[in-house]
Write a protein that binds this ligand. Structure first.
Ligand SMILES: Nc1ncnc2c1ncn2[C@@H]1O[C@H](COP(=O)(O)OP(=O)(O)OP(=O)(O)O)[C@@H](O)[C@H]1O
Length: 255
């Protein structure tokens, strides 16, 4: 399923947040959204997920989600959002229970996503027993269990230390190589963007407009071996963003 964002603009009170966003997220593609603080990245993700409606413009879903998709647009948040009183298996089972899938019908789905996220041996563990990286793996497994057409990821790795972030990026790339998912991935981190994005959308400071879209054609699983190209892309992104980020920073300081 492809998503088409057409002419999205939005104002909260007297704050214009987004202006005329036009973007296509193609099936099987990871689109990263970067931009200075407060430029409307998370707001845009909420519009894509249908949690809120923009004042102007629309998000069109073209094509069909996977036949067995329980939730075509599924979020993964920075703070994992796991229930502490449920085990890893129980947390994943919850999203299936919401759709009436329980017991023997749920078991193979849960086992599959646990295996894909290398969590099989942690099925009975509780969130308090897990590191931040493991908790986020559970959140990813839970998202995969509903067979989303598009995963909406809002700073999914930003609560993690840099080594854990590296490991999770490797995991996401492995997952994508095995079964190409579609994602819209909001991040502050340009290194994450160049490692994971097929397309990187740079927003201006508020009101967020598309400044530029940078494509990276190199396959995800080969990127680590081409650090020069990634450095160059990261510099390119930073040079587009630097002035915007500086201006946004001053705006926050001076109100
Ligand atoms: N529900 C809301 N009501 C009023 N203002 C809002 C609401 N949601 C967001 N805003 C404002 O809209 C602007 C954009 O917020 P948003 O969280 O989308 O930006 P962001 O780019 O994701 O920020 P950051 O990078 O700091 O996470 C901010 O000024 C924010 O205060």
């Amino acid at each position: 399923m492809d998503l088409h964002l057409e002419g999205i603009s939005h104002t909260y009170g007297d704050i214009k947040v987004l202006e005329d966003i036009n973007l296509t997220i193609n099936d099987g593609e990871i689109v990263c959204i970067v931009g200075p603080s407060g430029c409307g990245k998370s707001t845009l993700l909420r519009f894509i997920g249908g949690l809120e409606r923009p004042d102007k413009g629309q998000v069109l879903q073209m094509g069909h989600p996977p036949v067995d998709s329980l939730n075509p647009l599924t979020y993964i948040f920075q703070d994992f959002a796991l229930l502490p009183w449920r085990s890893v298996r129980g947390n994943i089972s919850l999203v299936l229970e919401d759709h009436g899938i329980k017991g023997k019908k749920a078991d193979p789905i849960i086992s599959d996503v646990l295996a894909r996220t290398n969590l099989s041996e942690f099925a009975k563990a509780y969130p308090r027993q897990l590191s931040g990286g493991m908790k986020q793996r559970v959140a990813i497994a839970r998202a995969l269990a509903v067979r989303p057409a598009v995963m909406l990821m809002d700073e999914p790795l930003s609560a993690l230390d840099s080594q854990t972030r590296e490991l999770l990026m490797d995991d996401l790339i492995d997952l994508w190589e095995r079964d190409r998912f579609t994602a819209c991935y909001v991040t502050h981190n340009l290194n994450e963007a160049v490692r994971l994005g097929h397309k990187i959308v740079v927003l201006s400071r508020r009101p967020g407009k598309i400044r530029e879209i940078v494509d990276i054609d190199l396959p995800l699983n080969q990127r680590k071996d081409h650090s020069e190209l990634l450095d160059q892309k990261q510099k390119q992104l930073w040079s587009i963003m630097r002035e915007e980020a500086r201006a946004a920073d001053k705006e926050l300081v001076h109100g």
